[in-house]
Structures are given as structure tokens and as C-alpha cells.
Design a protein around this ligand. Structure first.
Ligand code: VGL
Ligand code: ZN
Length: 210
């Protein structure tokens, strides 16, 4: 498939140390995406990234709920929230992008999950759909019509970014070999891929793109 470089954007979701092997919320094999995403970036004129960027007192951390364990669910402002290990704390090593990841051509980084009381999986909106990172308006302002999404994790932040991109009316592609899931429950990634397809996302391989 030929990419229209004028109207296409690549979004790189959360390629940060805490989501890579050795990190607090590691995705198995997540580091293998770095060379794939670096090659993929060369095919785009317009590249943006998202960065999970939590304050220490973030309510998605199990450690901030005495008696609760990682993986348990709580109700947060009417939204069901799974509790995570402490991860991507603002300014920490875990929140940094992997040094091997090429960042020089990025137009902008959109940080999310910055408000203590609400989580944000999507690069566009927080989980209440109240906060907006500005990513949608930014893409529109620059004439972007096709959005290609890569990064971590396929069953959380990538999936929610894909869903919001579709809702906002972008032609939305998931670069299937440039994402991996955490699989809190076995099979979560397969289910997420199916949900994205059902909503209208188009799955492509990075090697098919030119
Ligand atoms: C993510 C869980 C919590 C992700 C971020 O990037 O997929 N997952 N925060
Ligand atoms: Zn997070």
C-alpha cells in the first residue's frame, strides 16, 4: 500500500522503558518493536508520539490504594479501573523513551495520564472522555486524514488510541507487526485486534507500506 505522505500520520504509542522488558509494566518482546518502528518512521513525513506520564499519586497505581493488589479493579469516577504497578512516573527513567528509538523527526509528543484522578489509555482523550490531549485537533490542523498507529500496548493504549481515532473520523490503520499486548488475561491481544477491526480499523503490516 502506498502512503500519501501529505495526509498521513504515524502515531507511536508509549515506547517507554516501563513497557519494555525490565520495566515496571513490561510487554514481553516489546523491545523488538524498536527497529521496526524506526524503519516505519522513514515512510512518513508526519510522526507524533504519545507518552504515558503519571504523577506519583496517580490513582491507577495499586500502591496508592491500601489493601488493593495489582490487577484488581476499582471504580474511579464511575469508570472501572484496573490497578497497575507504579509505572511511567513523570521524570523517571521508566517514563523515558528508549534511547535507540529515533525521536529527531517527531513533530510533537502528547503526554497523557497526567491528572491524578483519571487514567488515560488513549492518546486523544482520557478515560472519562473529559480531558483532551489536543492530538485530534493537531492532526486535523495539519491536514491529516490517514492515521497509522504503532507501539504499546496493543490491548490498552494502542487499542484506545485506535478507537478514538476512528470516532474522530480518521481513516485508521493498525500496524500489526509494530504493536504487542500485555495480555493480563491470555488472549487479550487477539480480542483487542478483533474489536479494532470490528470498529473499522484496517490492519496492515509495516513491510506492505511504501
Ligand atoms: C498502558 C496500562 C497503563 C499502555 C499505560 O501504554 O498500554 N497500559 N498505562
Ligand atoms: Zn499508565
Amino acid at each position: 500500500m502506498e502512503i500519501d505522505r501529505k495526509t498521513s500520520a504515524l502515531i507511536i504509542v508509549d515506547l517507554q522503558y516501563d513497557f519494555l522488558p525490565g520495566g515496571a509494566l513490561a510487554v514481553s518482546g516489546g523491545d523488538t518493536l524498536i527497529p521496526i518502528v524506526n524503519r516505519l518512521q522513514q515512510k512518513f513525513d508526519f510522526v507524533v508520539a504519545t507518552q504515558d506520564w503519571h504523577p506519583e499519586d496517580h490513582s491507577s497505581f495499586a500502591a496508592n490504594h491500601p489493601g488493593k493488589a495489582i490487577g484488581e479493579f476499582i471504580e474511579l469516577n464511575g469508570v472501572s479501573q484496573v490497578l497497575w504497578p507504579v509505572h511511567c512516573v513523570q521524570g523517571s527513567h521508566g517514563a523515558a523513551f528508549h534511547t535507540a528509538l529515533h525521536t529527531d523527526s517527531w513533530r510533537k509528543v502528547f503526554q497523557k495520564g497526567t491528572r491524578p484522578q483519571v487514567d488515560s489509555y488513549s492518546g486523544f482523550f482520557d478515560n472519562n472522555r473529559q480531558g483532551d490531549t489536543g492530538l485530534g485537533a493537531y492532526l486535523r490542523t495539519h491536514g491529516i486524514k490517514q492515521v497509522f498507529i504503532s507501539g504499546l500496548a496493543a490491548d490498552y493504549c494502542v487499542k484506545f488510541t485506535v478507537m478514538d481515532s476512528l470516532t474522530l473520523g480518521f481513516e485508521t490503520y493498525l500496524v500489526a507487526d509494530a504493536t504487542k499486548g500485555v495480555n493480563l488475561s491470555p488472549g487479550d491481544t487477539e480480542i483487542a485486534l478483533q474489536e479494532m477491526k470490528n470498529e473499522g480499523a484496517i490492519l496492515v503490516k509495516s513491510t506492505e507500506l511504501a
